[in-house]
Design a protein around this ligand. Structure first.
Ligand SMILES: [Zn+2]
Length: 567
């Protein structure tokens, strides 16, 4: 990636920076504690943090990568909406009842919430400005703090009650245009996550509470992740478990007990009996697909008795005989499976419809991919860092956000919404890239590109730092006389800064450039081969296995630029 526009020298992280952590702490502290111990953030309350200089620098770097792509790839307009939102807006969309909303009252006892997301506000806002199809498409985004009254805040920044989020909203004139925008934003997201320098996967996903019928998630693979995706080794499809269909290696092999879940069809006059292997999890997306959407999923969490009572209440006593029933069999079951008793006492089997050969349960590793019917599925634990949704007219209809179409008729706006958890990314990148020596930022997310370490403030350190700065490199100069040079270098590595330049008096006018960052390419080797060994030598690795270059002070900016280009 290109270097930042202008380099800066930061001299003082000051009291916020960690001192005298043991090597063992770098290795063993959980990442959210390491981020605190090294002075990136400070937790103030459960789920709330203060951002300290190092953490804020990382946060801003990540924000810049996102902004660059939103502006250049999409021509999106940056806005910043009010954090407070009035109750009446949220009542229109039926979301005021959300138990995770942070709610508050003003002096006149009017209700507000702290925005967790801004579909309501942005739809009201844009609806007031867009009048014609000629104003479309429109994409607006912001990077602002959001709030969620998380009952069980966990993992510090990963699941906080206050978080920095990039949220974007698209407005189009037709479904086809909206889907094209959805694809365009996903391409933009690919660019953002590529630039951030950490391998990612994107997965088709269930859209959950936000609605719509097309959504994609962006994840980092890591064993500590709370999410699971399933990957096919043949077609390469990656899905969230809610969206993954699978088939067993052989059909009808489940010989144990079958479980049943009752449901009603959309108009409530047909009982649907969903049979699936005991111990597996019913997947409502697959159920909807099997029944071609003719199922009332609002009762999915009601127990079987409640659903049965509701169904029976539609029948008179003698009409039980003619009750309309659909039995749906998961493909893993067979006729010898042990089925639970049928709930209606008298019934006529001729009124039963039976549907078989469909998969009704969450996919598990080892089964066959439902998309290509060939590959094997494997599971990976992941941390979700981004999400995109096609929303359709879900919000524009209830908010009455209209525009004039080409036929001079009013129509509702077609929408999409797109989130990236920016503060979550700091935690997630920190987590997936760290090693036993501490943090290890990719260049794009690192608070600084280079640390210049000097034993105490002196001209040599300033000369090197200024050279680097003049070459548009972001420099942190650590010259605190209370800490020895070796300790400073160790701290720079543990803080995860990609390069560290140690300026000691013994080897001057040479300096040592140590490489902590992970390389994504090896273009430096060619430049190294061409350079004079009198000015640039690769020396032995340090005891900690860190690559070390001895470089003449007049070449340091050039060498650092070459080394950074691969990171
Ligand atoms: Zn496949």
């Amino acid at each position: 990636m290109s270097s930042s526009k202008s380099g800066r020298i930061i001299r003082r992280i000051g009291a916020f920076h960690a001192k005298n952590l043991t090597k063992d702490a770098y290795k063993t502290l959980p990442t959210h504690e390491l981020l605190q111990a090294l002075g990136f953030v400070k937790q103030s309350q459960s789920g709330l943090v203060h951002w300290l200089p190092l953490g804020l620098k990382s946060l801003n770097k990540i924000s810049e990568v996102i902004k660059k792509h939103m502006d250049q790839d999409l021509g999106a307009s940056e806005v910043s909406l009010s954090t407070l939102s009035a109750r009446k807006l949220w009542e229109k969309t039926g979301r005021w009842g959300n138990t995770e909303l942070f709610k508050l009252k003003d002096a006149k006892k009017a209700d507000y919430c702290l925005n967790p997301t801004c579909e309501e506000e942005i739809t009201a806002l844009v609806g007031g400005y867009v009048s014609s199809y000629k104003d479309l498409p429109l994409i607006a985004y912001q990077i602002t703090r959001k709030y969620r009254d998380e009952r069980r805040p966990r993992g510090g920044l990963l699941r906080g009650r206050e978080f920095l989020m990039k949220d974007a909203y698209s407005f189009d004139a037709s479904k086809a245009d909206a889907v094209a925008t959805f694809d365009r934003v996903n391409k933009c997201y690919d660019g953002i996550f590529q630039d951030l320098g950490v391998p990612f996967v994107s997965a088709w996903a269930d859209s959950g509470d936000i609605g719509g019928d097309m959504s994609k998630e962006y994840h980092y693979e890591h064993e500590s992740g709370e999410d699971t995706v399933l990957k096919c080794d043949n077609c390469g499809s990656i899905s969230n478990v809610e969206k993954c269909s699978s088939v067993p290696v052989e059909e009808g092999l489940h010989s144990g007990n079958a479980d049943v879940k009752y449901a009603l069809n959309a108009c409530g006059d047909t009982l649907i009996c969903l049979y699936y292997p005991e111990g597996r999890t019913l997947n409502w997306n697959l159920v909807k697909e099997a029944l071609q959407e003719d199922v009332d999923v609002s009762m999915r969490d009601s127990d079987n008795l409640t659903i049965l009572d509701k169904f029976k209440s539609t029948l008179s006593e003698d009409s039980e005989l003619f009750a309309s029933v659909v039995r749906v069999m998961d493909v893993r079951l067979n006729s010898r499976s042990n089925f639970p008793d049928f709930p209606l006492k008298q019934y006529m089997k001729s009124n039963f419809a039976q549907l078989g050969g469909v998969s009704l349960v969450d996919a598990i590793a080892g089964e066959i991919c439902g998309s290509c019917q060939e590959g094997n599925l494997s599971e990976a634990r992941t941390i979700e860092v981004g999400h995109s949704f096609y929303l359709g007219q879900k919000y524009s209809k209830v908010m009455k956000a209209k525009y004039m179409n080409k036929d001079n008729k009013d129509d509702f706006l077609e929408m999409g919404c797109y989130g990236i958890g920016v503060s979550r990314l700091v935690a997630a990148i920190g987590q997936v890239t760290r090693d036993k020596q501490g943090l290890r930022w990719p260049r794009a997310a690192s608070p600084f590109e280079v640390t210049v370490c000097v034993p105490a403030p002196d001209e040599r350190g300033t000369e090197v730092a200024e050279q680097l700065c003049n070459s548009s490199i972001d420099v942190w100069i650590d010259e605190d006389a209370r800490t020895g040079l070796g300790r400073k270098v160790l701290q720079s590595h543990a803080t995860g800064i990609p390069l560290c330049v140690a300026v000691g008096s013994k080897q001057w006018p040479f300096v040592d450039v140590e490489v902590r960052g992970e390389r994504r390419a090896n273009s430096w080797e060619q430049r190294y081969a061409q350079a004079s060994r009198d000015e640039w030598t690769l020396t032995d690795q340090t005891d900690a296995g860190i690559e070390k270059h001895r470089v003449h002070k007049d070449r340091v900016a050039e060498v650092v630029t070459v080394l950074l280009a691969d990171m």
